[in-house]
Design a protein around this ligand. Structure first.
Ligand SMILES: NC(=O)C1=CN([C@@H]2O[C@H](COP(=O)(O)OP(=O)(O)OC[C@H]3O[C@@H](n4cnc5c(N)ncnc54)[C@H](OP(=O)(O)O)[C@@H]3O)[C@@H](O)[C@H]2O)C=CC1
Ligand SMILES: O=C(O)C1=N[C@H](C(=O)O)C[C@H](O)C1
Length: 269
């Protein structure tokens, strides 16, 4: 019989935190042992979120070290904001707890620190800018296409409560495309922006555009252009259950690895 995986979730009142708690509660081999919330220290989870369809109650902690010391989890599922995620992940590694980080917006330096600490301490750690399987495929397909189409623009579209722009997915997509694409500065060399920012953000010569609107969840198009043709690769998350298959896979996998992994594509068969 598989051992039960004990999990601490950060950001439990958030959109992803609530969805993840629901998934954990409904997964036999997972056990929610604590949550980390910047408010509500000492309360019970049922006092801060609706437990309608959720069975497991647990304690709420504000201090990450106290939480990890008292609950002794196997895995910390990080779903809050970048700076808190950085602090939580480093603390988890020090306690021998494996982080699964879905939070986006961490700097390259923050990610490099987490990678170094995980590898030096031989603690499994998975950072996944997007847990949706379709989004991972979109990124892989875009990487394949970039070999043949060096002209590319990324348009990511999210709900207007999102704090980081561009999205973690857009950045990861650009990084994957960069690995295959021959170096190119796109557009007209004498292009003039008559309205500042109108051409989007520049990532190694390709453009990323971020749209924020109520009604959206998480969507991305990768557009490639060539002579007389375009190719559009698009993914849509219509709700946050779309991320849960990937979260589950990452939590299961992190228990069997002893180093840092960046991107869900590296753990999918
Ligand atoms: N990898 C993936 O597939 C996905 C990743 N995400 C990422 O997950 C993260 C969370 O997204 P989402 O749930 O939509 O966001 P929400 O804003 O709904 O939730 C964020 C949670 O983090 C808490 N929080 C905010 N600031 C801090 C802080 N300084 N310390 C501790 N906790 C804090 C908030 O509490 P409070 O109410 O007190 O502010 C809230 O509970 C984002 O980075 C998002 O980009 C989202 C979807 C999918
Ligand atoms: O904030 C979100 O909602 C999402 N964030 C992640 C990102 O920044 O890419 C993943 C997904 O796009 C939803």
């Amino acid at each position: 019989m598989n051992k039960v995986i004990k999990i601490v979730v950060t950001g439990p009142r958030g959109k992803m935190g609530r969805e993840a708690i629901r998934m954990i509660t409904n997964t036999k081999q997972f056990q929610l042992v604590g949550v980390i919330d910047r408010n509500n220290n000492g309360k019970g989870l049922s006092e801060i979120v609706s437990m309608e369809d959720q069975g497991q109650d647990c304690s709420v902690f504000t201090d990450v070290n106290q939480c990890l010391r008292e609950t002794k989890p196997d895995c910390l599922l990080e779903l809050s904001v970048a700076d808190a995620a950085y602090e939580h992940a480093l603390a988890a590694i020090q306690f021998g707890v494996r982080p699964v980080i879905g939070t986006t917006g961490l700097s390259q330096e923050q990610l490099a620190d987490i990678e170094r600490e995980a590898n030096e301490n031989k603690i499994g750690c998975i950072v996944a800018p997007n847990f949706a399987i379709g989004a991972v495929l979109m990124m892989k397909f875009a990487e394949m296409a970039a070999k043949h189409f060096p002209d590319v623009e990324i348009i990511e579209m999210h709900h207007d409560e999102k704090v980081d722009a561009p999205s973690g997915t857009a950045l990861k997509t650009a990084e994957m495309i960069q690995r295959q694409r021959q170096e190119k500065q796109q557009g007209h060399p004498k292009e003039i922006e008559k309205l500042s920012g109108v051409r989007g953000g520049d990532f190694d010569g390709m453009k990323i555009h971020s749209i924020r609107l109520p009604g959206l969840v998480a969507h991305q198009q990768v557009l490639f252009g060539s002579v007389g043709e375009t190719l559009t690769i698009r993914h849509d998350s219509y709700n946050r259950t779309s991320f849960m298959t990937g979260v589950k896979k990452a939590v299961e996998t992190v228990m069997h690895v002893d180093s840092y992994i960046y991107g869900l594509e590296n753990i999918l068969e």
